[in-house]
Design a protein around this ligand. Structure first.
Ligand SMILES: [Zn+2]
Length: 264
C-alpha cells in the first residue's frame, strides 16, 4: 500500500514537473507556436498572420531609438512575437494575467494586442480602448530586455526589480526620444503639465500624450525624473540605478529646479 502511494506520489510529481516545465518553455521559447518568421538584422519577428514589409520599418525605427541607450548591445538578438488571438496568448494570459499590452521576458518581446504595422499602431483594450505608436511600444519593451541583459534576471524580474520610476521611467525616456529631442519640446512645460494632471487625477491613470493611451502615472513621473537626472544633471542610467536617493527627494529637487527655471 505504502509502495503504491509512493509510486502515485512520484508519478504525480513527475507529471506536475512535466506540465510546469512545458508551460515555462512555452513562455520562454514560444517560436514553434508561430507560423511565420522574419529575420531582420538583430531582430527576429514571429507571427501567425503574414508579416508585412511595413513591419521592418517599424522595427528599424524602434531600433534607432534603442541604440540611443547606454544599454544597447549590437551583439544582442531580440525575438518579437505578435501573439494577438493566438494559442500562446491564451497560455500566457492564464499563467501571467491579462493586464498588459506587451511584455518583455528574457530576449522575448511579446505584443499581446492587435496591431497595424502599416499605420504604426497597436490597439489596447486594457483600462480604456485606445491606440498608440507600435514603434514606441517595441522600443519600450526592448529596453526592458536590455535592462535584464545588462543587470541580470535576479535584479530585473517581475518579483524583484528597482523602484518603478527607475524600472519604467528609463524605457519611457528612451522610447520617447524623438519627442524629447525635438525643437519644440521643453522639459519645464512638461513638468508643469504633469503637476497639473496629477493634481486633477482621480486614480493612477494619466494621459501622457494627447491622442495616445493613458498610462499609470509613474510612467510619466518616472520619465520626467529620468529626463531631469540624465539631461539636466548628466547622470547615466547606471549611476541612477546605483544611487540611493529616494524617489520623493529626486522629485522634490526636480520641482525646485523647475520653479527656479520658470522664474528666470
Ligand atoms: Zn514597461
Amino acid at each position: 500500500m505504502r509502495k503504491t502511494l509512493k509510486k502515485l506520489f512520484a508519478g504525480t510529481l513527475l507529471m506536475s514537473l512535466v506540465i510546469v516545465s512545458g508551460l515555462a518553455s512555452i513562455i520562454l521559447f514560444p517560436e514553434p507556436l508561430f507560423a511565420n518568421k522574419l529575420e531582420h538584422g538583430q531582430v527576429n519577428v514571429y507571427a501567425n498572420a503574414p508579416i508585412e514589409g511595413s513591419m521592418t520599418v517599424v522595427v528599424d525605427n524602434a531600433l534607432t531609438l534603442v541604440k540611443k541607450s547606454e544599454l544597447y548591445d549590437p551583439t544582442y538578438t531580440f525575438d518579437l512575437f505578435f501573439s494577438y488571438n493566438s494559442l500562446f496568448n491564451k497560455v500566457d494570459g492564464a499563467l501571467l494575467g491579462e493586464f498588459v499590452s506587451a511584455r518583455a521576458t528574457d530576449n522575448n518581446v511579446v505584443v499581446k494586442v492587435d496591431i497595424d504595422s502599416k499605420r504604426d499602431l497597436f490597439f489596447r483594450t486594457l483600462n480604456k480602448a485606445c491606440q498608440g505608436s507600435l514603434t514606441y511600444l517595441l522600443a519600450h519593451e526592448m529596453i526592458h530586455c536590455l535592462q535584464e541583459n545588462k543587470y541580470g534576471k535576479l535584479k530585473f524580474n517581475p518579483l524583484r526589480h528597482p523602484a518603478y520610476w527607475k524600472l519604467e521611467g528609463y524605457p519611457e525616456y528612451i522610447s520617447r526620444q524623438s519627442k524629447l529631442t525635438s525643437e519644440a519640446y521643453r522639459l519645464n512645460s512638461e513638468i508643469d503639465r504633469y503637476v497639473e494632471l496629477e493634481s486633477k487625477a482621480n486614480d493612477i491613470w494619466i494621459l501622457i500624450e494627447e491622442g495616445a493611451c493613458e498610462a499609470p502615472r509613474y510612467y510619466y513621473k518616472g520619465r520626467l525624473m529620468m529626463e531631469y537626472l540624465m539631461d539636466i544633471k548628466h547622470l547615466s542610467y547606471d549611476q541612477i540605478l546605483n544611487d540611493t536617493i529616494s524617489e520623493d527627494d529626486v522629485y522634490a529637487e526636480m520641482i525646485e529646479w523647475n520653479d527656479q527655471a520658470g522664474r528666470k
